[in-house]
Design a protein around this ligand. Structure first.
Ligand code: ADP
Ligand code: MG
Length: 729
């Protein structure tokens, strides 16, 4: 009896098996059974032909309306044309030298027609389509589509959907299915159908109820093994040894708290206690801390670092860019005051040193920083991610804090863990709120916490969408608002999607926008997004001529970037024209206005992140989102949503709904399984339940010895991930 592992070549005809392999990558019985229909055509209901787009590979259910045959003009032979319709629109089918098809394409019959949509004289047509006429008294076929729902598979020219359906039917009849990966009691509790019923239900549903039961059950097949892998991984990580770094009652941390000019928020205190306890554990901390820009994460991280320093260890803070590393070093030094100036005249008694280690450091300074890091004189070392890969020597690295998680993937996290012996504690910080389902899957191997409240006394940010397309005069008001803010002693940003003047295309954005433009404009060419290098001179000669302008983007050499930032922070520059480099961590409280040009080119979270740069001081912030997108387009709705709320977690959920699943998964997660049925945006409850169940299963039975079906799926998943990883490396 064939099993899931049996090659299709042993079960199907050689030609079909080969076509399934080369065009769809399906090699085994299991592959085929997990190749689910994309949608279902309803027997009584014809496909809406108005929605077919040129170039699409389609399978439509339609009725034959007219058939005609005529000789070809230039050559010998005949052209057979059939018009099929859905009751409203029509589609032409064209066959060359296949007059015999007239016998099959009988007017009034319905069939499935598959091919690529092309146009000829403004008529949409399929040339030489594959087809399957329905309802003809032919035994096999009647049996094939017995149910009311006809599966339509992701197909290809070489294997049309009905051939796939026939292969699946055959395989379902003869193959022995693997043991059900879902434990029986779990199935019972969630009222899930068995694997066999589910596979039949998704491939050959009797009705919508059967289909829905099948889909729910098969979503568990995607969620549970992944959650089990993650649970095993968390368990293994928690079992590793680490050096406990106990808090001291007379150390730096206590001295630091005593000189803090503000009181910690309830959230900061709560997270502080959690981190203190985890650092004091003989197993490594491995935690993700989310919190809006300005929610006070840095203070939390610094307090954790001080606890480690108090215990005789060192802490490293890693930033995604040199600019940010420089900024972090400055802000840590200023928060610490005399506590961070070890070796200097005005240092406090217990003081430690803060070293900045970046590639652009002058040789002498670098040597000194390296020496302080190796000797332990620097209790805190700030740098970019290169800090760890360059093999910088630490006296005793006890804690690594990583800022801005979304640029830091799974492999880097793994590399980090292998850094010390025993590995250091790890705290990852992100200012991008992560939707719960993403946290549970993409970041599922980390424990997560969030700072949800902003420290009190922060002024508010108003956000306004400026429809430059409809109301060009508004743009003039935008520049006037900037001049007003500057006249009042404040500063501002102008953010553009692009740097401009790129020698090489593709290098032009500091961070590629996460918005898929093509979908929204139907593939029409758009003007390129506005660029810093065009906008800055335009403003300097035009509407902002009397102001001091600066430029900041990712292609500037590190020292110029740093100089630009410093000039802006020192108030020597009124308006900074920049790319999204300002998104990450730039902190100038005197900046009160931000203009985002071509705002529709940015994603929801990105815009939210950007506007966090204004309103950081005592004056209210203003964010102007300038766009050409017409009202009622998805792009415009996205901007309206950003303008309507300041809750980053709410916007993150919205962002998730609007972006394609693959983008979300692909971003931070490499090699992890992708989902077919499961949706991070729509299956929150199921994913949460699967996580709880998986954790309980793994806690009770770490190797899943009592659940061979699940253990096999887990093994396959780990194997796939390893293969992907090797492929990449
Ligand atoms: P994040 O790193 O989350 O963006 P920071 O830790 O940099 O936030 O804090 C932003 C600003 O708020 C800093 O100037 C910081 O000193 C200040 N801050 C942090 N916690 C508090 C608090 N509890 N009360 C008042 N101000 C605070
Ligand atoms: Mg910060």
């Amino acid at each position: 009896m064939p099993t899931a592992a049996t090659p299709l070549t042993e079960v199907l005809g050689g030609r079909t098996a080969k076509a399934l392999d080369t065009s769809l990558g399906l090699r085994t019985v299991g592959d085929l059974l997990r190749h689910y229909p994309r949608r279902y055509a309803e027997r009584g209901e014809l496909t809406d032909l108005a929605h077919l787009r040129l170039g699409d590979d389609v399978t439509v259910l339609a009725q034959v309306m007219r058939v005609s045959r005529r000789p070809m003009r230039q050559r010998r032979g005949t052209i057979l044309e059939a018009i099929v319709g859905d009751g409203r629109g029509t589609l032409k089918l064209t066959f060359f030298n296949q007059a015999w098809r007239e016998r099959e394409l009988v007017v009034g019959r319905r069939g499935l027609f598959a091919g690529k949509v092309t146009a000829f004289n403004r008529t949409r047509q399929l040339i030489g389509p594959e087809y399957k006429i329905l309802g003809v008294a032919d035994d096999e076929e009647v049996e094939d589509f017995a149910g009311g729902l006809i599966p339509v598979y992701p197909a290809s020219g070489a294997v049309p959907t009905w051939v796939i359906a026939r292969c699946v039917k055959l395989v379902l009849e003869i193959a022995e299915l693997p043991p059900d990966p879902l434990p029986a009691d779990l199935r019972e509790r969630y009222r899930l159908v068995g694997l066999d019923t589910a596979l039949r239900g998704i491939h050959r549903p009797a009705d919508y109820a059967a289909l829905s039961a099948a889909r729910t059950r098969l979503k568990w097949d995607e969620a549970l093994p992944l959650q089990a892998v993650l649970a095993q991984r968390r368990r293994a990580a928690a079992a590793r040894p680490a050096i406990p770094r106990k808090a001291r009652v007379d150390g730096l941390l206590v001295a630091f708290d005593a000189r803090l000019p503000f009181t910690l928020t309830a959230g900061q205190r709560e997270i502080g206690e959690l981190l203190a306890a985890e650092l004091d554990s003989p197993h490594p901390m491995h935690r993700l801390l989310q919190g809006e820009v300005g929610s006070g994460k840095t203070v939390c991280a610094l307090r954790a670092m001080l606890q480690v320093v108090d215990a005789g260890g060192q802490a490293a803070l890693l930033a995604p860019t040199e600019v940010l590393a420089g900024q972090h070093a400055r802000s840590l030094r200023s928060l610490l005051g005399p506590l961070g100036r070890a070796g200097e005249l005005d240092a406090a008694d217990q003081a430690t040193g803060v070293a900045l280690l970046t590639g652009s450091l002058p040789a002498g300074a670098r040597r000194e920083a390296l020496a302080d890091t190796a000797s332990g004189a620097a209790g805190i070392v700030v740098g970019t991610h290169a800090l760890l890969s360059e093999g910088v020597e630490f006296a005793d690295l006890g804690l690594v804090v990583v800022d801005e998680q979304h640029r830091f993937g799974v492999e880097q996290r793994d590399a980090l863990r292998s850094k010390g012996d025993p590995p250091p504690h790890v705290l990852v910080m992100t200012a991008t709120p992560i939707p719960r389902t993403v946290a549970m899957t993409v970041y599922g191997d980390l424990e997560t916490s969030a700072l949800r409240e902003l420290p009190g006394g922060r002024s508010s940010i108003s956000t306004i969408v400026v429809p430059a397309g409809e109301k060009p005069a508004w743009l003039e008001r935008v520049w006037r608002r900037i001049r007003e803010e500057v006249a009042a002693g404040h500063q501002g940003y102008v953010v553009c999607p692009r740097i401009g003047d790129a020698a090489a295309a593709g290098e032009d954005a500091d961070e590629p926008s996460d918005v898929d433009g093509e979908e929204e404009d139907g593939g029409m060419a758009r003007r390129p997004p506005l660029a810093v290098l065009d906008v800055a001179p335009g403003l300097a000669e035009g509407p902002l001529a009397d102001l001091r302008l600066g430029v900041l983007h990712g292609r500037l050499p590190a020292d110029e970037k740093d100089a630009a930032m410093r000039g802006f922070a020192a108030g020597q520059v009124d308006v900074l024209v920049a790319t999204t480099v300002v998104e990450v961590g730039v902190d100038v409280p005197n900046a009160t206005v931000m203009v985002v040009l071509d705002a529709d080119r940015f994603g929801v979270s990105q815009l939210h992140q950007l506007r966090g740069r204004v309103g950081r001081g005592s004056a209210p912030g203003l964010c102007l989102l300038v766009t050409d997108s017409p009202p009622d387009t998805p792009a415009r709705q996205r901007l309206d949503a950003v303008a309507s709320t300041l809750d980053g977690f709410e916007l993150a959920e919205l962002d998730l709904e609007q972006r394609r699943e693959g983008q979300v998964l692909g971003e931070a997660q490499s090699g992890r399984s992708s989902f077919t049925l499961l949706s991070l945006a729509r299956d929150r409850t199921l994913i949460t339940e699967a996580r709880e169940e998986a954790t309980a299963l793994v806690d009770a039975d770490p190797h899943l010895a009592r659940h061979p079906g699940l253990a096999a799926e887990v093994g396959a998943l780990v194997e796939r991930e390893r293969a992907d990883f090797l492929e990449k490396a």
